[in-house]
Design a protein around this ligand. Structure first.
Ligand code: ATR
Length: 266
């Protein structure tokens, strides 16, 4: 999607993938700097470690506690995070304004951090439900402390106990890996009978595009969509950091959908 975007933007650039072992991360960053590259993205398991390896950190990356985008400029490397804003852009594109939502976020890992911070910054009420409840409490406490206030709370980690909260929510976000290929028959811990027509389900998973959670939500009258929009938007925002111009998110999402081969929205 990045190469299609660079072509569309008329940029003489190329985006390539490297597999970097954790122990090699500091040397990889220095290598990129020495080579004079404009920027890089990074993903699991490097996002948190990069916080300590950059010269400057954006406010967003600091809040989330993770870096997904590196920008090399004037000999310095800056760490940015475009996941939270990418998530919000995808949500808005799906017709959901995050402001004032009553949201339940499933999961408390790296992806959840960006989503929880983004939603809380928009003034949404956020309840985090995680299999390991201590991780949910830790994330809620940290985000509340950093943003001030009590917008983020902890929800039960067990599906059965989560029902009443989901029944009252209007946004459910799955940030867990449950339902991702190859475990396509798995459903994250949420009771199917709590999914209702007033609920919008955002599943960060994009492989497969139609997870069991999304299919179940649809069968219960809820609306929802998959994570291809967030993937495209975080990439379009990264391109903006590198070139000064936002990448063509729609085209980038089309490339993802063509690659994964299915329809867009539930
Ligand atoms: P990421 O950075 O992609 O968010 P992660 O930090 O490994 O990845 O987090 C994965 C999330 O999915 C966690 O919230 C994890 O729950 P735990 O904190 O209890 O490990 C959740 N998860 C993964 N597999 C799960 C499963 N089978 N059932 C419930 N939750 C699961």
């Amino acid at each position: 999607m990045q190469n299609a975007a660079l072509k569309e933007m008329g940029r003489d650039g190329v985006y390539v993938a490297f597999n970097v072992a954790p122990a090699d991360l500091p040397r990889a960053v220095e290598g990129l700097r020495a080579l004079g590259v404009r920027g890089a993205n990074c993903t699991i398991p490097h996002k948190e470690a990069l916080v300590g390896l950059v010269d400057e950190l954006s406010e967003e990356a600091e809040l989330i506690g993770a870096v997904n985008t590196l920008v090399f400029r004037d000999g310095k490397v800056r760490g940015e995070n475009t996941d939270g804003r990418g998530f919000l852009a995808a949500l808005r594109e799906a017709g959901v304004e995050p402001e004032g939502q009553r949201a339940v976020v499933l999961g408390a890992g790296g992806a959840a951090r960006a989503v929880v911070v983004a939603l809380a910054q928009c003034g949404a009420e956020v309840a985090i439900s995680n299999r390991t409840e201590s991780r949910a409490s830790e994330l809620a406490r940290e985000v509340n402390t950093r943003l001030g206030g009590e917008r983020v709370s902890v929800a039960p980690g067990e599906a059965a106990a989560l029902g009443p909260l989901v029944a009252r929510a209007n946004l459910l976000v799955n940030t867990t890996s449950v339902g991702m290929a190859p475990q396509v028959d798995a459903m994250p811990p949420v009771p199917a009978e709590a999914l209702h027509p007033g609920l919008f389900v955002y599943d960060l998973i994009y492989n497969p595009l139609q997870t069991l959670l999304l299919r179940t939500a649809r069968s219960r009258g809820a609306r929802g969509t998959h994570g291809a929009g967030m993937l495209a938007h975080q990439g379009a925002l990264a391109l903006e950091h590198w070139t000064g111009v936002r990448g063509p998110a729609r085209l980038m999402e089309q490339v993802i959908l063509r690659t994964l081969g299915a329809e867009a929205t539930v």
